[in-house]
Design a protein around this ligand. Sequence first.
Ligand code: FAD
Ligand code: PYC
Length: 417
Amino acid sequence: MTKFSGFSILKHAFTGHKNWTAQWPESQPKDEYDVVIVGAGGHGLGAAYYLAKEHGITNVAVVDKGWIGGGNTGRNTTIIRSNYLYDESARLFDHAVDLWQGLSQELNYNVMYSNRGVLMLAHTVHDIQSFKRHIHANRLNGVDNQWLTTEECKAFCPPLNTSPTARYPVLGGALQKRAGTARHDAVAWGYARAAASRGVDIIQNCAVTTIRRNSNGSVAGVETEKGFIKAKKVVVSAAGHTSGIMQTAGINLPLESYPLQAFVSEPIKPIFPCVVMSNAVHAYISQSDKGELVIGSGTDQYTSYSQRGGLPLIEHTVAAISEVFPTFNRMRMLRKWGGIVDVTPDRSAIVSKTPVQGLYVNCGWGTGGFKATPGAAHTLAWTVAKDEPHPINAPFSMERFRTGRLIDEAAAAAVAH
Ligand code: FAD
Ligand code: PYC
C-alpha cells in the first residue's frame, strides 16, 4: 500500500476530548481494515463501538472529513423521543430510548441523558385527532404517551401561554414522559473513546472522495484526500453528504440535503422543565443545562450544503416561540448555527446493505436522527457484522423504494418540514 503523510489517528489511550488531533502523533493507517466507516458522527462512532464490543470486530477505522461530532451530532437540539406512529419506527426509536437510559454507564461517559418529558401541543381539531391516534398506536406498541388537557399542559410547563384568546390556543397535548434530551457532542465523544479503547482507529480531517470497487464489483476501500484506505467492508454514515459519496460507487439514493437551523438564547436560571414542540406554530423549545433556551423549527425551504441556513426561517421561528411563550419575547438570542440533513421521500431513514458487496449505508435520518443514535448504531453494527438486516432495521432497507413498502412517517419531523 502506498504510504501517505498527514494522517492523524486517535489511538486507544486517549482520555480527554480537547485537541485530540494535536495531542496525537501522526501515524499511518493499517494496511487493510475489516471495516471502514465514513463519518465520525454518533451513528458511525456508535457502530464502530458495537462492532468491537458485540461482534469482536476491532480492525475498524472511522474516517471523517472534519472532527469527531462536528456534523449534525454536535449541532442538533437533542430531542429524544419514540412517539412515532408506525410499528417499524416505534420499534427502532424505542430501542434507542432503551439504550439511552443506560448509555452513560455503558460508555463510562456522562451523556447527560435527561428524560424530562416531551410535550407536543395541539392547537387544532386536526392536531387533537392526530395526536390521539399516535397515543393509541404508541400504547399498542408499549411506547408511553399520554393525553394532557390544557390545564394539565400548563401544570406540566408553567411558562406556556394557555389563554383561550391566544392566536393558537393550546387545546391539549401529547406527553411522552420517558422522552427528553442529552448532551449532543458527549455522545460522539463517549462512543469515540469507548471504540478507541477497543482498538478502533479514528482518522479526522480526512475527507473520503470515492468508494473504490474491485474488478468483481465488490468494495475495495475508500479513496481519501490523503490517500487510499483498503477495506473489506465500507459503511457510509455521512448524514447530509451521503448521496454524493454513494454515487461514486454507482448507487443513487433518493435523498435531498437541506440546512436545518437552531439557535440559543442568553442563559437564564432554570425556568423550562421539559421539551415543548408545536407543529402548527412551527417551533420547539427546551432549556439546556447551561441555562440557554434551545430553539428550532423545520428545514430551510431550499436544498443546500450551506451549514448556516437563511435568516427568514430564524425570524419565523422566533415569532412562533413568542406566540406560545410571550414571556420570552424580550430575551436576547445568543448564537445560531445550521447542519445539513438528508431526507428521503417517506421521511424515514435508510439503514441497509447495498447491491455492492461489502458496502452498507446509514442515512436519511433527516431532522430526527439524534434520538436514534444508539439504536441505529447498534442495529447497523449487526447488519455489517453479519451481512444481513437486523430485525429492527430490516424495514428501513433501500429496497423499500423499489417495492413501495414505504414508512411514511410524518412524525419523523419535530415540526412540519
Ligand atoms: P453526523 O453527526 O452529521 O455525522 C456524519 C459525519 O460525516 C460528519 O461528522 C461529517 O463531517 C462526515 N462526513 C461527511 N462527508 C464526509 C466525507 N466525504 N468524508 C468523511 N467524512 C464525511 N435529531 C433528533 O433526533 N432530535 C433533535 O432535536 C434534532 N435536532 C436537530 C437540529 C439541527 C439544527 C440539526 C442540524 C439536526 C437535528 N437533528 C435532530 C438531526 C440529527 O442531528 C441527525 O439526524 C443525527 O445527528 C445524524 O447523526 P449522524 O452520526 O448520522 O451524522
Ligand atoms: O426529531 O424530535 C425531533 C426533532 C426535534 C428537533 C429536530 N428534530
